[in-house]
Design a protein around this ligand. Sequence first.
Ligand code: B3K
Ligand code: ZN
Length: 872
Amino acid sequence: PSAIYLKDYQVPPYLIDKTELTFDLDEATTVVTSRLHMRRNPESTQQNAPLVLDGGEDVKLIGVAVGDCALPAEAYRVNEDKLVIDSTPDAFVLTCETLIEPQNNTSLEGLYRSSSMFCTQCEAEGFRHITYYLDRPDVMSVFTTTIIADETRYPVMLSNGNEVERGKTEEGKTVVVWHDPFPKPAYLFALVAGDLAVKEDVFLTQSQREVALKIFTESHNIDKVDYAMEALKRSMRWDEETYGREYDLDIFMIVAVDDFNMGAMENKGLNIFNSSCLLASPKTTTDDNFLRVEAIVAHEYFHNWSGNRVTCRDWFQLSLKEGFTVFRDQSFSADMHSDTVKRVEDVSFLKTAQFAEDAGPMAHPVRPASFIEISNFYTLTVYEKGSEIVRMIHTLLGEEKFRAGSDLYFERHDGQAVTCDDFVAAMEDASSIDLTQFRDWYSQAGTPIVTVTDSYDESTKTYQLTMTQETLPTPGQDSKVALHIPVRMGLLSQEGDLLPSSLDGTVSDEHVLHLTDFEQTMTFENVSSRPVPSLLRGFSAPVKLRYEYSAQDLLLLMSSDADGFNRWSAAQQLAVNELTQLINQAIQGQALSVDSTLVDGFRALLNDGSLDPAMVALILALPSQAYLSELANPIYPAAIKQARQHLKKQLANTLSEEFERTYHEHNMAVDYQATAEQIAHRSLKNTALSYWVETGTEAAIAALTKQYETADNMTDQFSALSIAVHGQLSNAGDLLASFYQQWQNEPLVVNKWLALSAGQEQDNALQHVQSLMAHPAFDLKNPNKVRSVLGGFGQNVSGFHNADGSGYRFLADQIILLNKRNPQIASRLCTPLTRWKKLEPTLSALMKAELERILAEDLSKDVYEVITKSLN
Ligand code: B3K
Ligand code: ZN
């Protein structure tokens, strides 16, 4: 397999003005007939180029015609996956008849079957597995889709746009025609056929148009879509109010399918969702999952403008739609719930997972310069760091100018396929703020390290901050430029009061510093006393901040900073410092001994009734195994686990009364609702319980058992179960068994059970995971189940990081097994193995050997790319 490069981009030699598709759906073979209204692209420099259409090995060509003439065999050829026609008129209708077998499609790309329905997934390059096409996002076409099927088995037949005709064939099959008036690239095409139930609603747009809203699921799930429907209406309203974006078709549909490679897909007018990201009910869905459903419904809906009306020129520009849309969904969730809580969760995720990606062998810029398989670039970097870039633009421009930039972007590029640079240009043009240097964020990989030192001069009341930035080399990028880094900050007095200061003539308690050089010094004047700096408020840039805070500074920030995010951040740093010491003691085989600072900080937190319980819960949650691994070099997984367990136990024992009291205070009888307020109380209650049971007292265990048995919602029931499992309580096995008994007929709940079971730390963790894969609840064809079990196992320190290498070998076996069946899922499963260079030497060698073993197989492009880059 070879790489393709951004620098080689050329406009398409042909355009497709109209696309007419007919699907004759059948369980054995599906016949697809396409009529493409094509012409040469006047802007192409390749006016004599042959017509090369993308296809796939799974597409069988029956016949091809130009105009009314069937092409003779010598007029065209099928080369690997391409259909090549040497000569064509300037404008013509190309007709292709192809056969496909959706029932044998295990890659879940193109047209496939999930349960008893037909459905599609075309982004990024799935459409070519349906029929021959110019399968690239800059070829935008108006689609008309005819679906022919047996109505008794497929009463619901859907595609993009509006239903315009319905009738019968001579053989009595049903024919439904859909027309989408908005030109779109093939990746936004969708088709669904099945026996589905529907929930309907109506949305009145800001210009008083009625939009029919329909959510389709298998009938046994239709009672779980009310929350998604409400979330959809909130999203539609929010996008009108916040971005001035109104929905454009008269109908908006969502379909839930069980077998889906990722979360959801924004097909025009017909979103298709992984059922795990759509279905929700208090009894079966946890708080986190409710919020996830809301965020993903919003994300896919927001794509209607940021992605569909304005789309990407080529796949290197993926972050144009994804980074912006993630930023939009994050802002939406923040507005629906709590700003600070949402920011802490998003940053925590970024620092754990995206920073790890940016430091590993797959590190790439937000706008990659090359790829072998685009599916591998639906990454945390493109999505989450991409969103951080948009957020920095928001910080640099301010609310109003940002909105003006967004308006200009949508107006200027409506109906076009554009680049990240076009997005920045619109922001620049609308604001008159120069983003020339800022653009380098799109092309430079790696996380900048910003190191800050300071000094205070009592006699002149001046305070100086010196900041440096450095980005370490990443694959293919040895030397790095200085980025434009916005650093939002303020100063606190030693008593914790706001300390206004003057910077470049502006007096304020908060400033945005522009770090644009490798090293820069900023001088603040009129600073009345020696300050503690609160740096990078709200995480104003995706960087690693280094500043030598004393424990006292951190306690001060934690209790007094005006910025809620930085209060959390200080607490997190305090815990990281403590854990780093413990980890080092563990590595050296010393006795672990905990310092009292964190204990004091936590005590103060638990005794302050004025705080937001959600924030208290976030602070009490110790830095995760994964985050501590990201910070470590090399990584000793067992030492990290030991340090975390030790610290948790120490905190639990010292503050047992506080935890017990907190548990009871926040244990309220209410009718379940997924509101920020209720979620906050549940989350603090369950965090307190997780500490309290560490004391091993009967009262704590009894409280947990009672909560498990009497909970009327999944959050409380599953929290109790997880605490029992992770706390290695003696009743954990019984509770797991009873949980499965209770929920065996709810696949989404069973998936949670699979993940928790696979993550259970125990001596024979590997055998246990093997037995889960043989369990009737498991299904290798279903990505959610594979992710649950193998994802859960990846978190299992004793199982996955077993010193004999058996955990790595097992994962490698599963990757090899899935490599051909479902390359996208196989490739995702490689992620934990890509971290081998950072592991301690013995584990590192064992992991590397597994990568080499995988490489010896006949690999899909997806897996090949990740494995070869990892071994480089
Ligand atoms: N755009 C899709 C992701 C498609 C992934 C293809 N491998 C979902 C989203 O980001 O909204
Ligand atoms: Zn998206």
